[in-house]
Ligand binder design. Structure first.
Ligand code: 5GP
Ligand code: MG
Length: 176
């Protein structure tokens, strides 16, 4: 599949949003201990930029979710990696690449909730609210987008395109 000719968001646009979100988070968590959990692999680059733009002390760890579903997710979400650092009694910020049906984030919040953190919030780079199946809203949203498949800045299509510094939509397939 090819990329569309112009990016959905350029690296400069992404960086400006990341800095604005980081400022909001810094203000909201001022004076409080904070654990940032990156949801692998999609949120890898976003998390790296976000925590550096926060310019405050944080602990960073990773979680990894797998949904067994084929293309249309059934809600059977399993975690193949959970944080090693203790989160009980602590403030946790989950960083996601994209909220689509909402199933992954919902299952993750339920699983992390079992560890009894003091609070959990969600920061997502991208939000596709029209695709939601489970009612969940992120506390911090980078960009709200229509139902297009997006790659770049950590997001993949069959493991390709994560390394792109901008965000791109895929062009529809054409018969040649
Ligand atoms: P949800 O559980 O919210 O339906 O699924 C979220 C996951 O679906 C994301 O973490 C991501 O892996 C995948 N996903 C949903 N929409 C897109 C998209 O537009 N582009 C990419 N690359 N992945 C997507
Ligand atoms: Mg993916």
């Amino acid at each position: 599949m090819r990329l569309n000719a112009t990016p959905l968001y350029t690296p400069d646009q992404i960086q400006a949003r990341v800095e604005a979100l980081a400022g909001e988070i810094r203000r909201d968590y001022a004076g409080r201990d904070l654990v940032v959990l990156a949801v692998l692999k999609g949120a890898l680059f976003f998390t790296a930029d976000l925590v550096r733009a926060m310019a405050r002390e944080v602990e960073v760890d990773c979680v990894r979710a797998r949904s067994y579903a084929g293309t249309a997710s059934t809600g059977d979400v399993r975690f193949t990696l959970l944080p090693e650092i203790p989160i009980a009694g602590r403030h946790v910020l989950v960083v996601e690449d994209i909220l689509d049906t909402g199933r992954t984030a919902t299952a993750l919040l339920a699983r992390l909730g079992e560890e009894r953190p003091a609070s959990i919030t969600v920061c997502t780079l991208l939000d596709k609210p029209t695709r939601r199946v489970v009612p969940i809203e992120a506390d911090y949203v980078g960009f709200t987008i229509p139902d297009h498949f997006v790659v770049g800045y950590g997001l993949d299509h069959d493991e390709r395109h994560r390394e792109l510094p901008g965000l791109w939509t895929l062009a529809p397939e054409r018969d040649e």
